[in-house]
Design a binder for this molecule. Structure first.
Ligand code: FES
Ligand SMILES: [Fe+2]
Length: 430
């Protein structure tokens, strides 16, 4: 249970809010590289952390992420002309470069123009491509961290695949689904049996046979290591270990030799978020079949309303709920696909769930500790300027793991090096 003011602290990420300031200290995924596929391609409007922004790629391949609206009289620069290394407002021709600097005011006399231009700059944030993702840093320039080094984004491109979807809920309830692995035995039980990117792993049988998992959560430098224990053979436990790295990166424990997946949950505003979903294999290329399955919406990906990043199954069509499939047991909830099973329930809580009414139990330990860590980090940043966890590259070099350990062996020790990125060595998986 959370008091209203704490719920607000954790869920509000607009400019000037404590959690908003926290998010602004990290490189955040904001677009897929496929959205700006070539120099001078059409710009993209996006909203991140409540700010309306325009992303574009200029004639020299530089990425710009600037205020969406023209400094002159507020026209949306999405209507602009992306040409000659800048975006030109179509109203009176003012032009801005990839940093947001005004570089031309063609309607003014030449001697006035350069003076005026120098004084006019739109908000602009650095944006870089790492892997299939464009990352932005929206915080104070003096605190800009080194560029992201997450393994899924730095392995060769044939080993990794990323998608994104719009979720109509606050970011935190989406993240909380990512660190609550107890729901898998219920909500996703069909996926464990049938999904091409899940099925066949030895470990699935433990998920399905022991539905009373035990949570053990340990603080890590960048966030938490969330260990979830289920009974395996006599005297042994099956552990699924999920890293959560501040503020919103989670990585699902692997299953067999399937690619490993995970998410970033990025606030659009307080009632919407982007879910960036990746799948990668640390040591081998993804097969054509795997990539096709991801594109078809299997695993933790989803299908789309054509031409958009909105899921095909969404709240306007009740997620294509199939009561017959629910009754037959083909799906547990009646909603098809792991991603939309999660999204449907998280959106059903309302855009910002009222956490003063919840009744938390032992399987919510990861969620409780993540909230405490987020709150502490936001308050320490606000009150003392303390750098939050998860910013440093070494905090990002983590892996999830699925291991069977002798009863009594602490999971951190038992998994050991398997929880770190190790070049050339596959994920630890059952
Ligand atoms: S409103 Fe953009 S140039 Fe006038
Ligand atoms: Fe889920």
């Amino acid at each position: 249970m959370l008091k209203h003011d704490i719920n607000e602290l954790l869920t509000q990420t607009g400019p000037g809010t404590p959690m908003g300031d926290l998010f602004r200290r990290y490189w955040l995924p904001v677009l897929l590289t496929e959205e700006l596929p070539e120099d001078d391609c059409p710009p993209v409007r996006i909203k991140i952390l409540g700010e309306r922004l325009l992303a574009f790629r200029d004639s020299q391949g530089r990425y710009g992420l600037i205020d969406e609206f023209c400094a002159h009289r507020g026209v949306s620069l999405w209507f602009g002309r992306n040409e000659d290394s800048g975006i030109r407002c179509p109203y009176h021709g003012w032009k801005f470069d990839y940093t947001g600097q005004c570089v031309e005011i063609p309607s003014e006399p030449a001697e006035k123009e350069s003076n005026l231009c120098a004084k006019i700059k739109l908000t602009g944030y650095p944006m870089v491509a790492v892997g299939d993702v464009l990352w932005a840093y929206m915080g104070p320039p003096e605190h800009r961290p080194p560029e992201p080094v997450w393994e899924f984004a730095t392995v060769p491109s044939a080993q990794t695949f990323t998608s994104k979807r719009w979720q109509e809920s606050n970011w935190l309830q989406a993240l909380e689904g990512g660190i609550d692995s107890s729901h898998v035995s219920w909500l996703h039980s069909d996926g464990l049996r049938n999904d091409p990117l899940f099925k066949g792993a030895e470990g699935n049988k433990y998920n399905l046979s022991d539905r009373k998992p035990f949570f053990e959560v340990v603080e890590a430098d960048g966030g938490l290591m969330i260990g979830v224990r289920r009974n395996a053979e006599e005297g042994r436990y099956y552990w699924r270990i999920t890293p959560w790295i501040m503020p919103s990166f989670t990585m699902v424990p692997p299953r067999g030799d399937h690619p490993v997946h995970g998410h970033f949950w990025i606030p659009i505003d307080d009632e919407n978020c982007w879910v960036f979903t990746f799948d990668y294999h640390p040591v081998r290329e993804l097969t054509d079949g795997e990539v096709q399955a991801m594109k078809d919406g299997h695993g933790v990906h989803n299908e789309y309303v054509p031409g958009t990043y909105r899921p095909l199954q969404n709240k306007d069509n009740d997620y294509l709920m199939d009561r017959e499939a629910q009754k037959r047991g083909d799906t547990y909830s009646g909603v098809k696909g792991i991603a939309m099973q999660d999204a449907s329930l998280q959106e059903s809580m309302g855009p910002i769930v009222d956490r003063s009414k919840e009744k938390l139990v032992s399987t919510d330990t990861g969620i409780i500790m993540a909230r405490q860590r987020l709150r502490k980090a936001a308050e320490q940043l606000r009150d003392g300027g303390v750098e939050p966890p998860g910013i440093r590259p070494e905090h990002q070099l983590v892996r999830s793991a699925a291991v069977v350990l002798p009863a009594g062996e602490p999971f951190l020790e038992g998994a050991g090096e398997a929880l770190k990125v190790r070049a050339g060595i596959p994920q630890a998986s059952v």
